[in-house]
Design a protein around this ligand. Structure first.
Ligand SMILES: [Zn+2]
Length: 316
């Protein structure tokens, strides 16, 4: 196995975005990669180049009707995929499929023991539901990755850990009655921020009741609040013993994001990533992938994601 960290790069994933005036612009990929280059990890990282996802792979999580709708609207090139958060731009189907493809490539590389850790910057589209777009998210690459790990590799107990400021509702509700999806999400309290969900009382439904961890934080919460919450995540993961870790590294939880109100520094992302690598080493043969997620202050996303990659490198 290579001891390099695999980082995905390429025009096809960079193209996922909604135009220059939108917070989720297509410049985010290059801003991150410029910062990563500056960090000088040299031969400790290797670049991966994504392939598009197949329709059958999208259908592991999404309904056929919804996939058709995205395809049709992408060709038409205008309108909205939801009630006004996620606009259609020409080619959005291809860009969204490339994001999913990159994440599935990352899963394959890690499962084939070519790398222990992989990071996909433009990914983590955690608001998309099984049958609808939401909150800038077209296809839910994380949800698809969970189903893909189960179907292709027989890995049932995947841990999804989300530190984006927004609740990962697309993943949570996609698996809320599934006791094998290990879910922990620290986010800004839904009373103050989109999508409004993720209260501490939401622990799963049916057979999965009591198996999931939502930790809402008040607006203005800082690194010390993050660390207190993270201790609960660590104890939870220790008790759940996952087989694979997916980290959602949304950088909109850092101070200065234009659309959220948490006040962490990039230390939170560095510490969370290092901690999850230890969990992965203990329970998952080291297997972890990171997805960039949100983050609309460019400096913040560049630094937070670079610190995640640094933690992946340092814990190899
Ligand atoms: Zn977010």
């Amino acid at each position: 196995m290579s001891d390099t960290v695999l980082v995905y790069k390429g025009e096809s994933i960079a193209a996922y975005g909604f135009g220059a005036s939108h917070p989720f612009g297509t410049d985010r990929h290059d801003v991150f990669h410029a910062e990563l280059d500056k960090a000088g990890f040299g031969d400790k990282i290797e670049y991966g180049h994504p392939r598009p996802a197949l329709v059958d792979e999208l259908a592991l999580f999404h309904t056929a009707d919804y996939i058709d709708k995205v395809s049709r609207m992408s060709a038409a090139g205008k309108g909205w995929l939801d009630d006004g958060d996620t606009p259609v731009v020409p080619g959005i189907y291809d860009a969204a499929s490339a994001v999913v493809g990159a994440v599935l490539c990352a899963v394959d590389e890690v499962m084939h023991d070519n790398h222990k850790r992989a990071f996909v910057p433009i990914a983590g589209l955690h608001h998309a539901a099984r049958s609808s777009a939401a909150g800038f998210c077209v296809f839910n690459d994380c949800g698809i990755a969970v189903e893909y790990l189960r179907q292709k590799y027989g890995v049932q107990r995947v841990a999804y850990i989300d530190i984006d400021a927004h609740h990962g509702d697309g993943v949570f509700y996609g698996f809320e009655d599934d006791p094998d999806l290990i879910f922990a999400d620290i986010h800004e309290d839904g009373r103050f921020l989109y999508p409004g969900t993720g209260s501490a009382e939401e622990t799963g439904t049916g057979r999965a009741r009591g198996t999931k961890l939502n930790i809402p934080l008040a607006p203005g919460a800082d690194d010390s609040d993050f660390r207190r919450a993270w201790q609960r995540v660590e104890a939870y993961l220790e008790s759940m013993q996952p087989q694979f870790v997916i980290m959602h590294c949304g950088a909109d939880s850092l101070e200065g994001d234009p659309i959220t109100h948490l006040c962490w520094s990039e230390e939170a992302h560095a510490e969370a990533a290092a901690s999850l690598c230890h969990v992965a080493d203990k329970f998952c043969d080291g297997r972890i992938i990171g997805t960039g997620g949100g983050g609309y202050n460019r400096r913040n996303l560049a630094r937070a994601w670079t610190r995640v990659v640094q933690s992946f490198v340092e814990t190899q």
